[in-house]
Design a protein around this ligand. Structure first.
Ligand code: ATP
Length: 503
């Protein structure tokens, strides 16, 4: 695995996985562009998630809802009121920071002083942040007295009171930009699932239990985007809302936890690199009965959330439904006089309409990509003493499945065979197969190691009967990325050979 974020950032830029957004104009913080190989890897991760969660199950449906949403959706979901992070300003530098990030990044003795100043134990960091938020005037004094430094200037700051900063992006809709003609860019994909609950049930005749899955962009105006693609302002999520009868929710929560860990393992993110955080009651969001955060051991950052798996009770559908009073909703929900739909489904036992409970496994594509890259990243010293970087990606995730390389690029008898092999392998539908006549086989191998191409197929003079060994006619050399073994394979058997190994 990667030892530092730095080496990943460097590989990603050098080989075309990830670039800074708007880079030629100085870049835009919190926005990243996925390059030629990044887009393949990302698509492969999403395809694997979709396959596992929709095609391989029979209790799931897919959805692709719009990104811009009616403001009432985000009002009744609770986001207008509560989707915020605490922010403080330094009056000296005019810089703004997310309160918890600012404090966490201070020297240990400063953090301890802040905790003591606000009357909380330094061991329970979320409680320290909660207390700072609850007592803003005191918080401002404590931050100054503890000598909390501004990461930008390195000097002790003159800190304001913390205040909530809502992270939703607004955009105006239509030609008249007045106060009311705006929508929100969704801050999570989940709300599109809840607002389409009735549409999906009515059009598919689903009965409980069943789930709806969605992959798509979400937008969060993070106060301090940082750590490469770990915390970004435009992100992509892979989310499931699994609907079940109240009372069966705890069981489904456990099942989903196991299913999700198995999926991560299949992507090359091993079980021992993920800690399951059973979020303490006092840190739970108000709608959550229980949440498991999957914490992956990121290089440089340490354990941070890669996926959250929450039991959200009947809060979401209960908040978005009409006729709330008559539905026996268990969660505490705000009154909704705007919705025109009753979001119920027959209870599997009583057949009476019920607002189902929901289990939500929610993973970030960008954070998945970072974890997958980090696990695959390998530095090896070869027998001859030289060092190589190789991405040991699972074959189903590799951006390029096979590179077909003619040993001479100006000899048609060789390039024609190589091109025919490329076309043949491409038609297998395994993903991208690349014909590459760079003219330098050593360089090609090095590049394909670094981008994780499982197999390189070389067409040489022997292949076309112009080499030294006539027995090698109509055979090619296949080089294995991980073992570096080279095997001579008959062209007529190549497709089967590759297919058997890339399944
Ligand atoms: P954090 O505490 O790290 O801000 P969160 O608890 O707000 O994350 P959720 O709202 O649970 O995150 O979002 C579900 C998933 O979406 C996360 O597990 C993560 O993988 C991804 N995600 C959330 N915010 C971001 C972001 N700013 N950049 C990249 N991925 C994100």
């Amino acid at each position: 695995p990667a030892q530092s974020m730095e080496e990943l950032v460097s590989l990603c830029k050098r080989r075309g996985f990830i670039f800074q957004g708007s880079e030629i104009y100085g870049g835009l913080q919190g926005f990243w562009d996925y390059g030629p190989l990044g887009v393949e890897l990302k698509n492969n991760i999403k395809a694997s998630w979709w396959r596992t969660n929709i095609y391989e199950r029979d209790d799931m449906e897919g959805l692709d809802a719009s990104i811009i949403m009616h403001r009432l959706v985000l009002r009744h979901s609770g986001h207008e009121a509560t989707f915020s992070d605490p922010m403080v300003d330094n009056r000296k530098t005019k810089k703004r920071y997310r309160l918890d990030h600012l404090v966490k990044d201070q020297k240990a003795d400063v953090v301890a002083q802040v905790a003591e100043g606000i009357g909380e134990s330094v061991e329970n960091f979320p409680a320290v942040v909660a207390a700072l938020v609850a007592k803003p005037a005191r918080a401002s004094e404590v931050l100054v007295a503890a000598g909390v430094r501004d990461p930008f200037s390195g000097e002790v700051g003159d800190w304001t009171e913390p205040r909530p900063f809502n992270m939703m992006f607004k955009t105006s809709i239509g030609p008249v930009a007045d106060e009311d003609s705006f929508g929100y860019l969704r801050p999570e994909t989940a709300q599109g699932i809840f607002t389409n609950f009735k549409n999906v049930v009515d059009s598919t005749n689903r009965r409980l239990p069943f789930g709806i899955a969605q992959i798509g962009k979400a937008f969060r105006n993070e106060i301090t985007p940082r750590n490469f693609i770990f915390r970004v302002r435009e992100l992509e999520q892979m989310e499931i809302e699994f609907f079940c009868a109240p009372g069966t929710d705890e069981d489904w929560h456990e099942k989903w936890l196991r299913a999700r860990l198995a999926w991560w393992e299949a992507q090359g993110v091993p079980r021992e690199k993920i800690q399951i955080l059973d979020v303490p009651k006092e840190d739970l969001a108000h709608y959550s009965k229980r949440t498991y955060d999957l914490m992956y051991d990121y290089p440089t950052l340490g354990y941070e959330e890669i996926e959250g798996i929450a039991n959200r009770t009947d809060f979401d559908l209960g908040s978005h439904t009409k006729a709330q009073a008559e539905l026996g909703i268990q969660a505490r929900v705000d009154e909704n006089l705007d919705s025109v739909a009753k979001l119920t489904i027959p209870h599997p036992e009583t057949n009476k309409p019920v607002v189902p409970f929901v289990i939500e496994p929610s993973a970030g594509v960008d954070r998945a990509m970072l974890a997958v890259l980090s696990e695959a990243f390998t530095k090896e010293t070869l027998e001859n003493g030289s060092e190589r970087i190789v991405l040991k990606l699972k074959p189903h995730l590799a951006p390029i499945k096979v590179a077909v390389i003619p040993l001479a690029r100006n000899r048609e008898e060789i390039t024609n065979v190589a091109k025919a092999i490329k076309a043949d392998l491409q038609s297998l539908g395994l993903g991208r197969v690349l014909y590459e006549d760079s003219g330098n086989i050593g360089k090609s191998y090095r590049r394909h190691d670094e981008v994780g191409t499982p197999y390189c197929v070389t067409v040489d003079f022997d292949t076309v009967g112009k080499g030294e060994d006539p027995n090698l006619t109509d055979t090619v050399t296949v080089r294995d990325r991980d073992t570096l073994q080279q095997e001579r394979v008959k062209i007529s058997e190549l497709a089967g050979w590759i297919q058997a190994r890339l399944r």
